[in-house]
Design a protein around this ligand. Structure first.
Ligand SMILES: [Zn+2]
Length: 393
């Protein structure tokens, strides 16, 4: 992660202030009494912190909330101000780019999408497209943004914000995103990280990971990726070295992966495998097969579809079982293509996962389909900045 500049008016590593901000994201609008209870702060300390955050336009008092059925005084809950500095976020994929202006409370204020040519020499053009989209989002902001967050569909040096490796678009390797944004916009903060980790922060700040200190956010589709939240923050290893779960080996000497190695999890649970198997089994639409059509074919009794759905869900579960055995995240939040397979596919993956792990008194891990839809990564890219600006250095 790359931090530029200083003199940040909001940034504070005061632990009480960090707990207060985190409590708001975890539980929604809260009264001063609720915040005092959740942070353990004295009323006087809390009053001073809240007033400071109101003065800085980060928080605002909401309309009076009447006392509930259990009594208590009417209160004005605190929530992020509409005038709070927003966040500029982007998600860079091979040939495609999405960008958004995100409010401090998690609302998408503006968004844009761009396509760019891939192939030899496309790195500079892609960088121009990224900077152009970010400029459009920044210019649509009413206040100076808190910072810029970019999620990349590949490995990133998080210290410098430089792309290390995008397996599906090697022409973008070495793209100096962090320094280019710093040079163009001179923001207080730029954060660049790999897509599954940003997605995990989207879950942590705005999705089913709210209030949880430990879970795994799993991307499925053409590629597979996992972002792990441990101790309330995303785990990334030195300079962002970890996290290529799709290329963890599940089969010694297995199928050749596009990364050049053999037997990666992605080679038996990504779209490449699914489509090859669909073709081998003679399924209609094999060349573009995804979870939704496969689930519909299976439900309609199409010969070969049920078997393929079952085998694919077992292959997806295999990687999750390995993750469980290593770090036991407790909850797996699934994103990407498998969400279109619905509850039936979720249950199949859950059953295969439980078959692959030993029982424990703590109970089995849970599997959930994301409720954030396609915005998880854009929100997570904004979450990269929020984590640095409001919670951790
Ligand atoms: Zn691989």
């Amino acid at each position: 992660m790359n931090s530029i500049g200083g003199g940040d008016p909001i940034r504070s590593l005061d632990p009480t202030r960090a707990r207060l901000v985190q409590a708001l994201y975890d539980f929604g609008p809260l009264s001063r009494a609720e915040l005092a209870r959740l942070t353990g702060a004295s009323r006087s300390a809390l009053t001073a912190i809240v007033q400071d955050l109101i003065d800085r336009r980060l928080l605002a008092e909401q309309p009076l909330r009447p006392s509930g059925p259990g009594g208590g005084k009417p209160s004005r809950p605190l929530w992020f101000s509409e005038d709070a500095p927003p966040l500029v976020s982007a998600h860079l994929l091979p040939g495609r780019l999405f960008a958004a202006l995100v409010g401090a409370g998690g609302s998408v204020i503006a968004r844009t999408a761009r396509a760019f040519d891939t192939g030899t020499g496309s790195r500079d053009r892609a960088l121009d497209v990224l900077l152009d989209a970010l400029a459009e989002m920044r210019d649509s902001a009413a206040a100076e943004p808190m910072g810029f967050g970019v999620a990349v569909g590949g490995m990133v040096d998080t210290d410098t914000g430089t792309v290390v490796k995008i397996a599906l678009a090697p022409e973008l390797d070495g793209m100096p995103i962090g320094s280019a944004i710093a040079e163009r916009f001179a923001p207080d903060l730029v954060c660049v990280d790999m897509h599954p980790r940003a997605q995990a922060l989207g879950d942590r700040w705005f999705g089913q990971g709210r209030g949880r200190s430990r879970f795994a956010s799993v991307y499925t589709g053409e590629a597979l990726g996992v972002g792990l939240v441990i101790g309330g923050d995303v785990d990334r290893g030195p300079s962002g070295t970890g996290g290529e779960a799709g290329h963890s080996t599940v089969q010694a000497g297995g199928i050749l992966c596009h990364c050049g190695r053999r037997g990666c999890w992605e080679t038996i649970a990504g779209h490449g495998w699914l489509r090859a198997e669909a073709a081998r089994r003679g399924l209609p639409g094999a060349a573009t097969m995804t979870a939704g059509p496969l689930a519909r074919l299976a439900a309609a009794g199409q010969s070969g579809a049920e078997g393929l759905l079952e085998e694919w869900s077992a292959n997806l579960a295999l990687g999750l079982a390995n993750l469980h055995q290593l770090v036991a995240p407790g909850l797996f939040i699934l994103h990407g293509d498998v969400v279109a397979g619905g509850e039936d596919l979720r249950r199949r993956i859950e059953r295969h996962l439980c078959d692959r792990i030993p029982p424990h008194p703590a109970g089995p891990p849970a599997i959930a389909l994301t409720a954030l839809d396609d915005d998880a990564t854009l929100l997570g890219a904004a979450g990269l900045v929020l984590s640095r600006r409001l919670i951790r250095s």
